[in-house]
Design a protein around this ligand. Sequence first.
Ligand SMILES: C[S@@+](CC[C@H](N)C(=O)[O-])C[C@H]1O[C@@H](n2cnc3c(N)ncnc32)[C@H](O)[C@@H]1O
Length: 261
Amino acid sequence: MEAVKSKQVEILELLRNPDTGNALVPENRALVDREVGECFSIRQGIPVILRKDDVFGWNRKSQRGYDLGSSLYDLLYRFNLMNLNKWLAEIAEIMEAKSGDYILETSVGTGQQLLNLKNHGVEGHFFGNDISFGMLKKCLKNLETWDVDAGLVQGNAEALPFGSELFDVVFHVGGFNFFNDKEKAILEMIRVGKPGAKIYLVDESIEFAKPPRWLAWLLPKPNPEVYAPPLIHIPGEMLDIAEYELLERKFWMVAFQKPLA
Ligand SMILES: C[S@@+](CC[C@H](N)C(=O)[O-])C[C@H]1O[C@@H](n2cnc3c(N)ncnc32)[C@H](O)[C@@H]1O
């Protein structure tokens, strides 16, 4: 009988060089694109399929911010700030993910959404990427504590380090509004989805971003374009495009399906 591989081992077979699309071969604790001779490191068990020069603009700011805040991030969930437990239940209820599905979360953070799916009975084959190594390190620890098996990689959601047509469900929660290139991130989610894949995006709405009235005179007005659900970026051939309001309109969710052919 074949031994069951942990997801951190299985992920090595799914990874690709995001520039060339070539498979990566493990060699001396690194991953090598043999066709072009490019080498990617594996740091503390996590493949780093990200070049420093490719992280700039808002993505660089996010990376720095989340690296710094990674040890505090889970407090949001621990203390159920803003009633996040209700929000988690809303997300899991809408998502059509089932046990046995290959599920990718782009921008997995500390893994809270994977735990949420598990808590809602989904025993998926979980994978996640994030631009922040600090968040991924915390995620790896959390997954061990929670007994959730998932494969993690440091990589940009706008140039996913995965081969094409691998996942039944591809989802993203919480980083989208400040991506450098939102359209590219959506096209990447579609590329890595199998034909028929379900795709979900969640982020804060303008309601969330607005300062309370007593502070509004002091702070700059948030730009509604930044917080708008990204319907304009979804290609016309996608199916069942739907928009949801979550947690009393503080978050939006956009869902759609990749066509079968
Ligand atoms: C608010 S956290 C959400 C984490 C997790 N999805 C959750 O719901 O708890 C946003 C995450 O997006 C990641 N992120 C931001 N820009 C990214 C990018 N271009 N590619 C991949 N991850 C990114 C951040 O590092 C951070 O972990």
